[in-house]
Design a protein around this ligand. Structure first.
Ligand code: NAD
Ligand code: ZN
Ligand code: ZN
Length: 336
């Protein structure tokens, strides 16, 4: 089968003919129709993080398609079912986190397109218990970005604890951030967005952000404080240390700063201000299967729609280059 493969960190992906996966009894084989390109895939192929992926790697954790083979132990899915294979490829199902509905914290999890082969391929094997069905009325291309960008931002907004009518700041209006703006608006939150350039400004405001500030030209922290009095929650999807600090600085007393983006850097925090202001700083990693079902439902009801440019698997190196430059509007989804 055809797949995009990373053989060494930092070099271009090669389109290769590789062995089609065989499945185990608890698995299914999915013929991938579409796969979104997440900035995490770029981090993976660069080996950016302390825990490295297994090479050679087939990236991709927004792969959606139809089931073409069922393992002998799989009883709750059917051939032809439309499913997506998220970052949380599998978890153990019996540790304290899995039992508590925090399966994305499971220490024994596998991750699609990182520890196991992902969706940048014609076929992908998946754990039957961890794929989620694409709701009726949502096509493959529209569904793909929700399997990571959608669920991650939907969950992060829940983690922010911001209530309807309150302010959230969304840092980074990229693949994740443009969905964060939409989920926030759908949840009744008021949104201020931060990124750079006219394209991101138009995107954020057209999606319902009441304010947009440009991190290259505006005094982001002062401007957000003046506009909102300090936000109740912030969600930082920016791949930038400076953006993380600003997302902390704009939170009002008692508010929450939710860290989502994953630049490979540290974030120094002022102890005095954090204590006196009672500010929470919390990480949020993807979402559970339940979060994913809920986030897909928003899209199936027309409340959220990813802004998508369709490309082909063969375009992956150009897509990565544009992503590095911050030149993508919304999400790129590759047809496979
Ligand atoms: P993306 O490249 O589509 O978007 C990033 C955006 O951040 C771009 O629009 C860029 O212009 C903007 N940006 C850069 N510097 C900024 C700054 N200082 N202030 C505000 N905006 C700034 O990337 P993406 O696919 O949305 O992913 C974003 C990050 O989130 C990546 O690091 C990715 O690995 C991470 N991620 C985390 C999770 C999770 O579960 N926590 C899930 C998916 C992705
Ligand atoms: Zn992702
Ligand atoms: Zn577990």
């Amino acid at each position: 089968m055809k797949a995009a493969v990373a053989n060494t960190f930092g070099s271009i992906l090669k389109i290769e003919d590789v062995q089609k996966p065989t499945i185990e009894p608890h698995q299914i084989l999915v013929k991938i129709h579409a796969c979104g390109v997440c900035h995490t895939d770029l981090h993976a192929c660069h080996g950016d993080w302390p825990v490295k992926p297994t090479l050679p790697l087939i990236p991709g954790h927004e792969g959606v398609g139809e089931i073409v083979e069922l393992g002998s132990a799989v009883t709750h899915l059917n051939l032809g079912d439309r499913v997506g294979i998220p970052w949380l490829y599998s978890a153990c199902g019996h540790c304290e986190y899995c039992l508590a509905g925090q399966e994305s914290l499971c220490m024994s999890q596998q991750n699609a397109g990182y520890s196991v082969a992902g969706g940048y391929a014609e076929y992908c094997a998946a754990h039957a218990d961890y794929v989620i069905k694409v709701p009726e009325g949502l096509d493959y291309v529209d569904a793909a970005p929700l399997f990571c960008a959608g669920v991650t931002t939907y969950k992060a907004l829940k983690v922010s604890d911001a209530k309807p009518g309150q302010w959230v700041a969304v840092f980074g209006v990229g693949g994740l951030g443009h969905l964060a703006v939409q989920y926030a608006v759908a949840m009744g939150l008021r949104v201020v967005a931060v990124d750079t350039g006219d394209a991101k400004r138009e995107l954020a405001t057209s999606l319902g952000a009441e304010y947009f500030f440009d991190f290259m030209t505006d005094n982001v922290v002062e401007d957000i404080k003046a506009a909102t009095g300090g936000v109740h929650g912030s969600v930082c999807t920016a791949v930038s240390k400076a953006g993380f600090r600003q997302s902390y600085d704009v939170v009002r007393r008692g508010g929450k700063c939710v860290l989502v983006g994953l630049p490979p850097e540290d974030m120094p925090l002022p102890i005095f201000d954090t204590v006196l202001n009672g500010v929470s700083v919390v990480g949020s990693i993807v979402g559970t299967r339940k979060d994913l079902e809920e986030c897909l439902e928003f899209a199936a009801r027309g409340k959220v729609k990813a802004i998508i440019t369709e490309k082909k698997l063969d375009d992956i190196n150009d897509i990565f280059r544009d992503m590095e430059k911050g030149e993508i509007t919304g999400r790129i989804v590759m047809s496979i």
